[in-house]
Design a protein around this ligand. Structure first.
Ligand code: AMP
Length: 351
């Protein structure tokens, strides 16, 4: 692909903080961004040239949006796939196959198993009667998860003994996963260019609270160093199989039996926010470079010690406290309401 010249327009499907940070990286490279999202107000549009507020299934609006764009990408993996047929061929990077795989936990696990990866033991649940059979098959403890539309620990129930009576099984079903006895969690973040070149960032140690990423840290514990090559090889194979262009993330549990695949995100990822200040080229800049056909930037970390803390809910509002450390890089996404569990910003410290 020939590189898109400055002044070209990048369309972004989704209006959250990931789109906001992609748009800011795009602006630095001379591109303008056009956001497409169903909300009336969104933080990505605050830093972009244009905004289409329309439903995901509004094919006319999608076609008009694409007419204004030289390339289109997404920052949200639950964009419905069928209406994307309204986009011209060859404009969407990564493509729709990556969405189809990542939107459904069963597809994702089958895809990874075919590539030689190992997820947690699991069983599918199609209706309420199937829950007991799945729990019986896999054992406890375990986690019931919605196959589709789950994120940040939403749509999940930990099962330790009796099955709660209030679980409703959506039409798309559930998956019951055995609880993985892990030493730590880590992610593999890669970028793949149009020419197939792949680069990886250092793999950070991720900790979660209530199913939501809380902290990302470098260096990761020694076990991550021992297992990262195998995890990278799987992520690389996945990117090849999908003909992937852009930044892709895979999350893993480091266990005594090697890396266990948890889930993949066909997009920039919260566990890569540290790369803005902590790597020579950030995940956001390299995503823009990849989809626009520019040479990829160096992914080397600028320090072996980097910490990223998510600011979730009202804690984000105490700006003076956050900036009392003069080395703190504070990012606030500008969301209006600091609801509980809502990602409002993050802080990165390098060195
Ligand atoms: P997920 O939305 O599937 O990434 O789950 C959110 C978080 O819940 C993960 O990052 C883990 O901390 C925890 N978790 C999810 N699935 C499992 C599992 N099978 N075993 C242990 N912990 C899990």
């Amino acid at each position: 692909m020939t590189a898109l010249p400055a002044g070209s327009t990048i369309g972004i499907l989704g209006g959250g903080q990931l789109g906001q940070m992609i748009a800011m990286a795009a602006a630095q490279l001379g591109y303008r961004c056009h956001i497409y999202a169903p909300e009336n107000v969104c933080v990505a549009a605050e830093v972009s040239a244009s905004f289409t507020s329309a439903d995901w299934d509004d094919e006319d609006a999608l076609a008009r949006f694409a007419y204004d764009c030289d390339v289109v990408t997404y920052e949200f993996e639950n964009v419905p796939v069928a209406p994307l047929a309204a986009l011209p061929d060859g404009i969407l990077f990564p493509g729709t196959r990556a969405l189809e795989v990542a939107q459904d936990r069963l597809n994702e696990k089958d895809f990874v198993i075919e590539l030689g990866g190992t997820p947690a033991p699991f069983a599918t649940v199609d209706d309420a009667a199937g829950i007991a059979a799945a729990v019986e098959q896999i054992g406890t403890p375990g986690i019931l998860k919605t196959r589709r539309d789950g994120y940040d620990g939403k749509g999940q129930w930990k099962i330790t003994g009796d099955i709660p009576a209030d679980i409703t099984v959506p039409e798309s079903g559930l998956i019951y996963e055995g609880f993985v006895d892990f030493e730590c969690e880590f992610s593999v973040i890669l970028v793949r260019g149009h020419d197939g070149e792949v680069r990886f960032w250092d793999s950070p140690h991720n900790t979660h609270e209530g199913g939501i990423l809380a902290h990302t840290m470098l260096p990761a514990p020694a076990i991550v160093g021992e297992q990262v090559a195998e995890a990278r090889a799987l992520a690389h194979k996945a990117a090849e199989a999908l003909g992937y262009v852009g930044v892709m993330t895979m999350e893993f549990f480091a266990t005594a039996n090697g890396p266990i695949f948890n889930e993949m995100a066909p997009r920039v990822h919260n566990s890569g926010h540290w790369t803005i200040e902590g790597a020579v080229t950030s995940q956001f800049e390299n995503h823009v470079r990849a989809i626009c056909g520019l040479p990829l930037g160096d992914t080397t970390s600028v320090s072996d010690r980097v910490v990223m803390d998510n600011l979730i809910g009202a804690v984000a509002l105490d700006i003076e406290q956050h900036l009392s450390d003069p080395r703190a890089h504070l990012h606030l996404y500008g969301k209006a309401e600091a609801r509980e569990g809502r990602k409002m910003g993050h802080i990165t410290r390098v060195g």
